[in-house]
Design a protein around this ligand. Structure first.
Ligand code: G3P
Length: 218
C-alpha cells in the first residue's frame, strides 16, 4: 500500500514527506507547467530537487511521442537520479519504447491508461507501473473504480509484476476504494491525502477530551 503525491510543487511534496507517509512522487507536463517550470535545464533541475527531497520513486514524463525521441529523453531523465521512473504515454511508440527501456534496466510508468487492454499491453512490455486515470473516467460517467478492479484481477491471474498506480485521484474516497480493490499505489494531490485525516466525530471527541482535560487541571 504505497502513497505517492501527484504534484510538482516542492512545498507540497515537502509537506507530504514530512508527514512520514510518502513513498514517491508523480508529475506530468501539466503539473510542471502549473509550477511555471520552463526549459529542459530547469525541468531536469526541478526533478533533481524532487529526488533529493523524496528517496522513493519519482515519475518524470517524456514529452516526445516518437520511438527515438522517447528513448533519448528517457535516458536523459533516468540519468538524473536512481529513483527516477520514466513516464511514457500509452501509444504504440510508447509500448515499443517501454520494452526497449525495460531491457536496458530503466524503469517506466505507462501513463494515460483508460482500458484493461492498454494495461495488458503495458505489462507485457515490462512497465514497472501502469497509471489508470480514475477521475477522468468518472468525468465521462463511467466508473473509474471498475477499471482498477479489472486490472488488479487480470494481473493477479498471472502474477504480473507491473504495479497498478491509481491516478487522477480527486477525493479521499478514490484513495480508499483504490486500496480496497488492491491498487499497489495511489498518487494523489495533497488535499486528498489530508482529507483522509478528517472525521467530524474525531473533532467532537477531541474537543470533549480537551474540555475534560481542563477539568482535571483545576
Ligand atoms: O496522475 C494524473 C493526474 O495528474 C491527472 O489528474 O485531475 O488532471 O485528471 P487530473
Amino acid at each position: 500500500m504505497k502513497f505517492f503525491i501527484d504534484t510538482a510543487n516542492l512545498h507540497q511534496i515537502q509537506q507530504a514527506y514530512d508527514l512520514g507517509i510518502l513513498d514517491g512522487v508523480t508529475t506530468n507536463p501539466s503539473l510542471m507547467a502549473k509550477e511555471n517550470i520552463k526549459g529542459e535545464k530547469a525541468i531536469y533541475q526541478h526533478y533533481k530537487t524532487i529526488c533529493e527531497i523524496v528517496p522513493g520513486d519519482v515519475s518524470a514524463e517524456v514529452f516526445a511521442t516518437d520511438y527515438e525521441g522517447i528513448i533519448r529523453e528517457a535516458e536523459l531523465l533516468a540519468d538524473i537520479a536512481d529513483n527516477i521512473v520514466v513516464k511514457v504515454p500509452m501509444i504504440k511508440e510508447g509500448i515499443r519504447a517501454i520494452r526497449y527501456l525495460t531491457n536496458q534496466g530503466i524503469r517506466t510508468n505507462c501513463t494515460l491508461i483508460f482500458s484493461a487492454g492498454q494495461a495488458i499491453l503495458a505489462a507485457k512490455a515490462g512497465a514497472t507501473y501502469v497509471s489508470p486515470f480514475i477521475g477522468r473516467i468518472d468525468d465521462t460517467n463511467w466508473d473509474g473504480m471498475d477499471l482498477i478492479e479489472q486490472i488488479v484481477n487480470i494481473y493477479a491471474n498471472y502474477g504480473t509484476p507491473t504495479e497498478v498506480l491509481a491516478a487522477s485521484i480527486r477525493n479521499p474516497l478514490h484513495i480508499i476504494r483504490s486500496f480496497e480493490l488492491g491498487a499497489d499505489v495511489v498518487t494523489c494531490p495533497l488535499d486528498s491525502i489530508l482529507g483522509l485525516l478528517k472525521h467530524p466525530l474525531t473533532d467532537i471527541g477531541l474537543s470533549k477530551f480537551l474540555a475534560d482535560a481542563e477539568k482535571t487541571k483545576a
